[in-house]
Design a binder for this molecule. Structure first.
Ligand code: 6CS
Ligand code: FE
Length: 318
């Protein structure tokens, strides 16, 4: 039972053609996860020790500290400053503003527009881990920078990324993960990523239906594709709420179906993180499961999907 709803009650829903139906007019419900969390069969010679693999499988995420050096973080931060400057006046579709304002909230597809983020996305430290956990060659489904400036940075409400990627992008199965690279200190009080341990084991089907051009609203403030209060309470009662406090240069790796979100930031200290989403080459997106046209390429890679080739040389080199 999660939040008073039994898992078996909802199995019926999952037996139709779409294994993960959501926003199809039903009320919020818990369905069974049908996919593994760790897709590799063998743990020999993996990029992380076995106990961390087990932790990822059990909790749905890992916090890896000191993955990037202060020098590497500095070159990423410099590129962030350039991007912010270049995008300030530009009418660029990859820039997402905060709700009700013009403050920059996110910049999407940074692995295409900024050379150090292109190098970051192909870095061995990230790619080998993604390939290992997903048990396949990988490609970039999405990349973005999320800014949460001091004083007025806004929250990201609770959601499972997979729910959105499945419904709106047509990602068939749970064989993707995010890596959040911390570019500033993420402290308990400046709106760090919060995750619900164990939540990735349940698929929360959401109520409502996907509005037209939903991304124009959802990337600023998500209102569809969010679980009911009751189910969130059930998940949190079961797993707790973990706040991923970390120094710059850390990586938070989380399964595509881990329930997560973050609070607003009223401290004077900005919080910014880069996100790179890796998807298995065998899990390429198909037609979206909602009856809406696909979202734009800068949010979801659909054309010319190529497996990533690891690039040596670190982040800073040109
Ligand atoms: O719609 C999306 O794809 C995204 N939205 C959120 C809130 N998280 C993941 C992803 O960037
Ligand atoms: Fe998310």
């Amino acid at each position: 039972m999660i939040g008073g709803v039994s898992v078996s009650e909802s199995v019926e829903l999952a037996s139709c053609a779409d294994p993960y139906p959501s926003r199809v007019g039903q009320s919020s419900a818990i369905l069974t996860r049908l996919d593994p969390v760790v897709h590799s069969q063998s743990f020999e010679g993996g990029p992380i020790p076995r106990h961390l693999v087990d932790e990822y499988e059990e909790r749905g995420f890992l916090v890896l500290e000191n993955m990037f050096t202060p020098l590497e973080v500095r070159s990423l931060q410099e590129e962030v400053a350039l991007l912010q400057e270049n995008h300030r006046h530009a009418d660029n579709e990859t820039c997402i503003a905060e709700p009700g304002g013009h403050t920059l909230r996110s910049i999407f597809a940074v692995h295409k527009s900024a050379s150090s983020f292109a190098r970051l996305a192909c870095d061995r430290r990230l790619v080998e881990l993604a390939q290992f956990l997903l048990g396949d060659e990988v490609y970039i489904h999405q990349s973005r920078l999320n800014f949460k400036p001091g004083f007025r940075g806004k929250e990201f409400y609770w959601h499972s990324d997979f729910e959105t990627w499945h419904v709106e992008d047509g990602m068939p199965r749970m064989r993707a993960l995010s890596m959040s690279i911390t570019l500033t200190e993420n402290m308990a009080n400046n709106g760090p990523l919060m995750l619900i341990p164990g939540s990735h084991k349940h698929y929360v089907a959401c109520s409502g239906q996907t509005p037209e051009n939903h991304f124009q609203e959802s990337l600023r403030k998500q209102e569809y594709g969010v679980p009911s209060d009751e189910l969130l309470l059930g998940l949190a009662n079961e797993g707790g709420v973990f706040s991923a406090d970390a120094q710059p240069g850390s990586v938070i790796v989380f399964d595509c179906n881990t329930m997560h979100g973050s609070n607003s930031n009223i401290t004077p200290y900005p919080r910014s993180n880069a996100f790179i989403v890796y998807n298995s080459l065998q899990n390429q997106v198909v037609v979206p499961y909602c009856e809406r046209p696909p979202r734009p390429e800068f949010i979801c890679t659909r054309s010319a999907i190529e497996p990533i080739t690891i690039r040596e040389g670190g982040i800073s080199s040109g």
